[in-house]
Design a protein around this ligand. Structure first.
Ligand code: CU
Length: 161
């Protein structure tokens, strides 16, 4: 009787172990289903004065899932444009939130995004190519001094390792 019980527990733990390792290896297989690494970039500035990304240097690693939160805290709209970066990632989705509620998810290839004042957008992606990209910029023209935000300082660098 006792041997039977031991055998039963042995079998049970074997089944649990198998289920655990199987589900774990499944999670590793799909790179877009990892727990995301959250990174926040603030879009700051003041019309007629200056505009910038904070931070303006971003680092990512290939194969990891990132949730890049682009938060516009300024009085003007801003672009987050880097063609080289867009060409080096796989976009899982763009998520749009309103009042902390998720209101939309956009799927497919994304080249650039534009965020309006006091709004946040999340770009979920997995970097697939390494490189150093100096082309991050915002092409919006300042409504007071007729210069582009990029000319006024809204530029950045992205490194994928
Ligand atoms: Cu801008």
């Amino acid at each position: 009787m006792r041997t039977l019980l031991y055998n039963f527990y042995f079998l049970l733990s074997l089944i649990i172990l198998t289920l655990f390792t199987t589900s774990k290896s499944n999670g590793k297989g799909d790179l877009t289903r990892q727990k995301p690494i959250s990174i926040e970039v603030l879009l700051k500035g003041s019309s007629g004065e200056f505009h910038y990304y904070e931070p303006s240097l971003l680092k990512f690693e290939t194969g990891k899932l990132y949730k890049l939160k682009l938060k516009n805290l300024s009085d003007s709209k801003h672009y987050f444009t880097s063609k080289e970066f867009a060409d080096s990632i796989f976009t899982r989705k763009i998520q749009v939130n309103k009042d902390k509620e998720k209101i939309a998810e956009i799927k497919g290839d994304i080249l650039e995004v534009e965020i309006f004042p006091n709004n946040t957008l999340e770009w979920w992606f997995v970097p697939i190519k390494t490189g150093v990209f100096d082309d991050l910029n915002c092409k919006v023209i300042d409504n007071k001094i007729n210069k582009s935000h990029a000319e006024m300082g809204m530029r950045g660098k992205i490194i994928i390792e």
